[in-house]
Every structure is written in C-alpha cells, then in structure tokens.
Design a protein around this ligand. Structure first.
Ligand code: ADP
Ligand code: MG
Length: 249
C-alpha cells in the first residue's frame, strides 16, 4: 500500500523552481530520507506535502486520496503527523496528559483541556497514550511535569506526542538538531526501535549522513528541486551524481 505519492509536484517562487516535477512514493512501513544540498527544495517539499504551501502544479496523494484542497490540520487528521520543530509540548501538564491530549486531538479533531478531568471516560485514549509512552521509554516518568524533563526526554516526548495520534506517516525535519552526540545517538536508536515496533512509515529530512544511512530504507536525493538519485543507502552513497551535487553545490 502506498502511503504518500506525489506526481509532478512543482513549486515556483517567481522565476525560481524550488520543487520541480517531483514524483515520490512511500510505501507503508518504509522509512525514507530526503537529502540534498542547501536550497535543494527539501523544506519546500515538506511544506507542500503538509499543505502549508500551495503547489504550482502536480498532485499529492495520501493514503491513495488527493489531499489538494485540504487544510494542514485536515491532513493531520487523515494521519500525517509531523514531529520536531513544533512546540507541541504543554509544559505544565504531565507527560501522560500530554500524550492523552495528542491522542484525543487525533480522535476528535480538537480537544478541550477539560477532557483531562474526564479521562476515565476515555479508557481507550489512556491506553494508547500509555502504550506510546512505553514505546518511547517515558512510561516510568508519566506523572512528571513535562517542563521538568531533560532535553533528551523532551524530544522523546515530542516523538511520543506525534505517535499518540497513531499516524500513518511521521514526518521528521532534522530531529536531532541541537542535540548533544549522546542525545542524537539515543534519538536515532529510538526512531529505529519505534519503526520496528510500530512498523512506522516515515519521511525524514536530515543533513547528517551518518544518521541518514543508519535509519533509512531508501534515500531520495534532491538537487535544484529535482530528484537526481534514489535508492538504498548503499546505492545512493556510490552514485556519482550525488557526489557531484554535494561537491559542486
Ligand atoms: P532546502 O530546505 O533544501 O535547503 P528550501 O526548500 O528551503 O531548500 O529552498 C529551495 C529554494 O527555494 C531556495 O532557493 C530558496 O531560496 C527558495 N525559497 C524557499 N522558500 C521561498 C519563498 N517563500 N519565497 C521565495 N523563495 C523561496
Ligand atoms: Mg530546509
């Protein structure tokens, strides 16, 4: 089953074509990384797919239905979740409450804080939240106030919040930016674990090649808005076009 597919996806800014007829498809359970030099069009591509930008041309299908015409929050409701770069944590709530809110928001399309007072009426949501906390290694700390978590655990909670929506695809934009080497390593391990455990489908934008080669099933290389190569990490690593793009700018 194809989770995400773009056909001829194009975005022009005046005379500049930032994303140029990109055909990309991601299957269920596949972990795909989007790489390319600065200005290649990676962020623009993500903004198109999440409906934050309107394409100039082309189509985007999510779960085999076109999402053109949908608002960003409707895309999220259909199962596309974006982690990182979003201040998604409520600092004064507990770890578990944060996960519950994320699960509720996904199920109901919106949430009210007073849901938390009636959480016993939502055993299913609490179960999802606790399972997610278990899988990101935060179950023991579920009663801690979110703001008191250390940096690495806050990032774990961000992943947990994204997963609590039980997404069909997780988008990650430079998930380890600003992390220490230890935090980076544990986050990469966590993404690998969660992928195994939940058969997670993800699209990752990342410039650290070590991470990309470590966690991707497939790599798509953009340069000047166009896909210049794709394949397994081993295939992409040896591709002369990729080496040219990085060395030649
Ligand atoms: P990447 O994320 O791969 O570094 P971007 O998608 O941010 O690349 O940018 C691709 C190209 O589009 C760059 O040349 C950038 O300057 C240009 N660009 C991105 N956003 C805009 C915008 N809102 N208006 C005009 N040009 C833009
Ligand atoms: Mg970018």
């Amino acid at each position: 089953m194809t989770v995400l597919q773009t056909d001829g996806l194009t975005k022009r800014f005046g005379g500049l074509t930032a994303v140029d007829e990109v055909d990309m498809s991601i299957d269920k359970g596949e972990g795909v990384s989007l790489i390319g030099p600065n200005g290649a069009g990676k962020s623009t591509f993500i903004n198109l797919v999440t409906r934050r930008l309107e394409p100039s041309e082309g189509d985007i299908q999510f779960n085999e239905q076109s999402i053109l015409g949908l608002d960003p929050h409707e895309v999220v409701q259909r199962g596309m979740s974006k982690s990182f770069q979003t201040a998604s944590i409520f600092p004064d709530l507990s770890v578990e409450e944060n996960a519950i809110i994320a699960a509720l928001a996904a199920e109901h399309g919106s949430f009210r804080f007073n849901f938390l007072r009636h959480r016993n009426a939502y055993p299913e949501v609490t179960r999802v939240a606790d399972e997610v906390l278990e899988s990101v290694g935060l179950y023991e700390q579920r009663n801690a106030t979110a703001k008191n978590l250390d940096y690495g655990n806050k990032r774990r909670l961000e992943i947990g919040i994204a997963l609590a929506a039980e997404p069909d695809m997780l988008l990650m934009d430079e998930p380890t930016a600003g992390m220490s080497p230890e935090e980076t390593e544990s986050t990469v391990e966590l993404i690998k674990e969660v992928k195994e455990e939940l058969d997670l489908t993800f699209l990752l934008v990342e410039h650290d090649m070590e991470i990309v080669f470590d966690i991707s099933d497939r790599i798509v290389v953009l340069n000047r808005g166009q896909v210049i190569a794709q394949g397994t990490p081993a295939e992409v690593q040896d591709d002369p076009a990729v080496q040219d793009a990085y060395l030649g700018g």
